[in-house]
Design a binder for this molecule. Structure first.
Ligand code: 5GP
Length: 203
């Protein structure tokens, strides 16, 4: 992995905490992330990607959209904390999207896939890793198709990636939550964040 071994984000009382919310696309992650941001002192880390923007996505809000050359340059200059290739595109967490939030004592939410989650856990063992799974692959297909923003080829690719992610999830994540009912899932995730040592008070 091409990244710095420096670990400046230890979970002291002054620093925020890294929380990974992972799961296949279409599982409802963005609604869950929005609910966490509304009810806890947390901010979303905006990643860099070489994927083209989808309709409705905004530069600097959904992602920083960059070309491969720029992405590679960011890896080599140490600007990227973790990265992975997914569906033929590169995705990575920017140091600059994480460090200022943690330093301000707020928690950072990362929406990243399994390879990135593993890298985060290896470098930041105190990070909390949550995987949101669909009840089954058919439900996921229906949700992805219904969203209407993903081409059919891409859906097939994403479903096979989802299958693999779901198989691996119990070995990678601290918690696996099955999203059968979105409200119930949100409350389960908030319970996880509010319990134990993760210091995410709900206000
Ligand atoms: P999408 O193209 O649907 O926005 O994202 C595809 C996948 O890339 C999702 O599983 C998402 O969690 C993951 N992803 C988004 N940003 C990052 C990142 O910074 N690092 C890693 N490793 N995965 C990411």
């Amino acid at each position: 992995m091409e990244q710095s071994s420096e670990a400046p984000y230890s979970n002291t009382s002054r620093n925020g905490r890294l929380t990974v919310i992972s799961g296949p696309s279409g599982v409802g992650k963005s609604t869950i992330v929005d609910a966490i941001i509304e009810t806890t002192p947390s901010e979303f880390s905006v990643s860099a990607t070489t994927r083209a923007p989808r309709t409705g996505e905004t530069e600097g809000v959904d992602y920083f959209f960059v070309d491969r050359e720029t992405f590679r340059a960011k890896i080599h200059s140490g600007e990227i904390l973790e990265w992975a290739e997914y569906g033929g595109n590169l995705y990575g967490t920017l140091r600059s999207s994480v460090q200022p939030i943690l330093a301000s004592g707020r928690n950072v939410l990362l929406d990243i896939e399994n390879e990135g989650a593993k890298q985060i856990k290896a470098h930041f063992p105190e990070a909390l890793l949550i995987f949101v799974a669909p009840p089954d692959i058919h439900t996921l297909r229906t949700r992805l198709t219904g969203r209407g923003d993903t081409p059919e080829d891409d859906i097939a690719l994403r479903l096979s990636a989802a299958q693999q992610q779901m198989t691996e999830a119990p070995d990678v994540y601290d918690y696996v939550v099955i999203n059968t009912d979105l409200d119930r899932t949100i409350s389960e995730v908030l319970d996880i964040l509010g319990s134990g040592s993760n210091e995410l008070p709900i206000h």
